[in-house]
Ligand binder design. Structure first.
Ligand SMILES: Nc1nc2c(ncn2[C@@H]2O[C@H](COP(=O)(O)OP(=O)(O)OP(=O)(O)O)[C@@H](O)[C@H]2O)c(=O)[nH]1
Ligand SMILES: [Zn+2]
Length: 359
């Protein structure tokens, strides 16, 4: 066996590189995350005379009125003397309303957008804004060696991106809870170096009967701080209380903060909500889908714990559909209507109107 990292390990390394502002090479493109691009590195690329494009998603392009010739993304031509602030202002909508004139922006129609598309996904996976600076390289392998950069084969990366990393049970221990003394916490670790996820098992639910289940996505603000902007904290505690009173159940605590965009981006979304945008519009202005979570993860954990039939505590029809599509039988939806406050009425109404949440 070789000691060299494989594509999964290289991808994990590349996520860390992007977060640190270090370039990576995908296929034949040099890639930097717009959010972490330093003035120094941008100047180095400009001095080398490399034509640069800033790839953004079509959601962000719509706000900026930039033509997205690549359907789901747009490659904006970066002027050869553009300062780093120009790139930051296109990537980050924080100042859209204060300084609306960013254009007209010229977007590329020719050439291949595949590397840029993979790079945007990698930036999302690194919980960064979905905006990347790309430059074409004639000799990517040599360039990577000369500059000690992580080099990812585009086809192999596409495979990794399309697959859910297997999650392995790491450890479990007894955890007496207020709602039930018969609690047990299981930790699952993915093979790809990504976030760990947890399962809280209450009682000894039979594997051959439908189990009362909740798929809960992490919400630092709601779960821990008692935020009134969402209903997550009361839903978390309400679900556990119901499992406690029934004597059994399983709650998956999935580390997909902010519907999968991470806490920093969720706070960017909150800041846009303070400017008058709703929860869905805010995600779109940032360049994200309204929901970036992958519920296949939850399905995988339930199956690996031996469950095949669930009574799901949720108001979100997407969760029902994803579990069913991934081999779990949802025998019943149990509504979870708790935690409405005057601060989250509009948020809950938007989820009902735009994301199909059941009332
Ligand atoms: N991006 C974004 N995420 C938010 C916002 N408000 C809450 N969240 C996140 O939304 C997620 C809520 O997840 P869930 O509790 O599974 O809720 P749900 O998908 O509405 O489904 P149910 O609660 O099961 O009906 C958490 O990850 C929160 O951090 C917001 O305004 N923007
Ligand atoms: Zn929340």
């Amino acid at each position: 066996m070789t000691l060299a990292p494989d594509i999964i390990e290289l991808t994990a390394r590349a996520r860390a590189d992007l977060r640190m502002g270090v370039p990576v090479i995908i296929g034949s493109s040099l890639v930097l995350a717009a959010e972490t691009l330093s003035d120094k590195r941008l100047k180095a690329l400009q001095i080398a005379g490399m034509p640069l494009a800033l790839a953004i998603t079509d959601w962000r392009a719509r706000t900026l009125k930039a033509r997205a010739y690549d359907t789901d993304l747009a490659r904006i031509v970066v002027p050869s003397d553009a300062p780093v602030d120009w790139i930051a202002a296109i990537a980050d909508p924080a100042d859209d309303l204060n300084a609306p004139m960013k254009g007209p922006l010229q977007t590329l129609r020719d050439g291949n957008a595949d590397d840029a598309r993979l790079a945007i996904q990698l930036a999302k996976d690194a919980r960064l804004l979905p905006a990347v600076v790309v430059a074409h390289l004639d000799a990517p392998v040599d360039y990577a060696a000369q500059h000690s950069l992580t080099l990812l084969d585009a086809d192999a990366l596409a495979c990794v991106s399309a697959t859910v990393s297997p999650l392995h049970p790491l450890v479990s221990a007894r955890l007496p809870l207020e709602v039930s003394e018969a609690g047990r916490l299981h930790v699952f670790r993915p093979e790809d170096g990504g976030e760990e996820h947890y399962a809280i098992e209450i009682g000894m639910p039979s594997r051959s009967e439908p189990v009362l289940t909740r798929l809960h996505s992490a919400c630092f603000t709601g779960d821990l701080l008692g935020s009134l902007k969402c209903d997550c904290g009361p839903q978390l505690r309400g679900a556990l209380a119901q499992m406690g009173s029934e004597g059994q159940g399983v709650l998956l605590y999935l580390n997909q903060e902010g519907r999968g965009i991470g806490l920093a981006n969720k706070m960017r979304a909150y800041s846009l909500q303070d400017q008058g945008f709703d929860t869905v519009e805010a995600n779109h202005r940032l360049g994200f889908e309204d929901d970036e979570r992958d519920f296949r993860i939850g399905a995988g954990i339930l199956k690996s714990m031996g469950f095949s039939r669930v009574k799901l505590l949720t108001n979100n029809p997407a969760k029902l559909a994803m579990l069913a599509a991934n081999g779990l039988e949802v025998v019943e939806r149990v509504p979870l209507k708790v935690g409405e406050t005057r601060h989250n009425t509009a948020y809950l109404a938007t989820k009902a109107a735009k994301s199909g949440h059941l009332l």
